[in-house]
Design a protein around this ligand. Structure first.
Ligand code: 2HA
Ligand code: ZN
Length: 276
């Protein structure tokens, strides 16, 4: 009986999405060791189809209050766990949590066997979910990963958001279409803290991609593909930047960026493009 239940939840679309995405991120070399974490907002009925949403395997205190997320359910990666191992042991490396009434504690309702806890970056994830949900009711995914070239760029480029964004936009044509609002950048901070969570969520009021200097990125989206695609596009631009930096002879102009935005019906961040 238990076997059947286990098999069913592992075949759920949301679970397969998580398993495949984390394997893919590992394959890209962005999630060395226990690097990276993902949280996926699930609808109550999605979870209820596979397990009892009211059960509590373990209660986890949150150091912050997030009442807006009461009775929200998240599939999250485990603290200290390796993305590379998720595909072979999802139940140990992943878990589903319910934010309890009042938003002061969370309950593990599935997974995290062998005493695993949710990601150390849970504050940043939950605060980012709250911020994005306030802006877009369809928002569902928060993804943190150690994108090699975006991290590299935080050593060689200024950390001024407008300049960083403009450079990314000019590295490949797709960028302004995928993130017309630009990218946010927080100062270097200690990971896993409520403070870095607050700083990241503050940026998320305007952008869906936040760079953590010398560490990685936080990206969000309405689907796993969308969050991944956003990060992947910025990372590709950063990779090109690392290849051409110091050797640039020509680039996409501001006028061409305007034309692109118009053709794809997106609105570039106000003040980021020079008037032509
Ligand atoms: O999960 O990536 O930022 C490990 C990390 C911390
Ligand atoms: Zn990290």
């Amino acid at each position: 009986m238990t076997q059947t239940v286990k098999k069913t939840i592992l075949s759920a679309d949301f679970m397969q999405d998580m398993i495949k995405t984390t394997a893919n991120l590992y394959r890209l070399g962005w999630d060395e060791r226990n690097g990276g974490n993902i949280s996926y907002l699930l609808k109550e009925e999605e979870v209820a189809a596979f397990t009892d949403v009211n059960q509590t395997i373990k209660t986890i205190p949150l150091n912050f209050h997030i009442p807006e997320l009461s009775y929200h359910y998240f599939l999250v990666t485990g603290s200290g766990k390796y993305f590379k191992n998720i595909v072979d042991a999802p139940e140990e490396n992943l878990g589903i949590i319910r934010i309890n009434e009042g938003g002061e504690t969370a309950a593990i309702i599935w997974g995290f066997s062998h005493g695993t806890l949710p990601t150390s970056e849970l504050p940043s994830h939950l605060m980012a979910h709250k911020e994005r949900l306030a802006r877009d009711a369809s928002h569902r995914v928060v993804m943190h990963t150690h994108t090699t070239h975006l991290i590299g760029m935080t050593f060689t480029h200024t950390l001024i958001e407008k300049e960083f964004t403009r450079t990314l936009w000019k590295m490949c044509t797709e960028c302004i279409v995928v993130f017309p609002e630009g990218v946010g950048i927080i100062p270097w901070m200690i990971p896993g803290t409520d403070e870095i969570g607050k700083a990241t969520a503050d940026k998320m009021s305007d952008v869906r991609l936040v760079v953590w200097p010398h560490h990685g990125v936080f990206g969000t989206g309405n689907t796993m593909d969308e969050a991944f695609g956003l990060i992947e596009t910025a990372e590709k631009a950063a990779e090109i930047y690392s290849l051409v930096e110091g050797k640039i002879k020509q680039t996409i102009t501001d006028l061409q960026l305007y034309d692109l935005a118009q053709a794809f019906n997106v609105k570039p961040r106000e003040g980021y493009l020079n008037e032509n």
